[in-house]
Design a protein around this ligand. Structure first.
Ligand code: THU
Length: 160
């Protein structure tokens, strides 16, 4: 038996102003997307914006449902929209932001496990890293260079 250490890497920015220009613009698009979130139950609004290699930005936001599990996260709305409209165009960057009606979200809001699994599928498919920037409403922004940093031991097609 042996213990194996797995390292992942993140970059922490002090705020949106510190982001590279392209990433900042994309994050502002995620803020735009968040405005149209349908989150009447959690009142937790999430916006996502994807930059494709052809320069197109695809936006998404969380869509809730009275039957709670039928709702879906912003990241999956955005990536499925991108994959269905631009199936063969690579995704360069994803930006995510979130806010709540009950408090100011100051900590970066990381994508949930199911979203990580979904995003990981498309990173593998495109054989190119997907950068992910995520934040709350204000404050620090975290960046990962690859989905591997968010989901180091993933289930993928190699098991099938
Ligand atoms: N949510 C997202 O949109 N993305 C995540 O990664 C985490 C959670 C949404 C789902 C639900 O509408 C609300 O946030 C509260 O969980």
């Amino acid at each position: 038996m042996k213990k194996v250490e797995i390292k992942t890497q993140i970059t922490v920015f002090e705020g949106i102003e510190e982001l590279p220009e392209k990433a900042k613009k994309l994050m502002l698009q995620a803020f735009e997307a968040k405005k149209d979130a349908y989150a009447p139950y959690s009142k937790f609004r999430v916006g996502a914006a994807l930059l494709l290699e052809n320069g197109v930005v695809v936006k998404g936001n969380n869509q809730e449902n009275a039957a709670y599990p039928s709702g879906i996260c912003a990241e999956r709305v955005a990536i499925w929209k991108a994959s269905s409209e631009f199936p063969n165009v690579k995704i360069i960057t994803l930006a995510i932001t979130a806010s709540s009606s009950s408090q100011i979200v100051k900590e970066p809001v990381a994508p949930c496990g199911a979203c990580r699994q979904t995003l990981s599928e498309y990173e593998l498919k495109q054989q190119q890293n997907m950068e992910v920037y995520f934040m709350g409403e204000v404050g620090k922004v975290i960046k990962t260079d690859s989905l591997i940093d968010l989901l180091p031991i993933a289930f993928d097609k190699s098991f099938l």
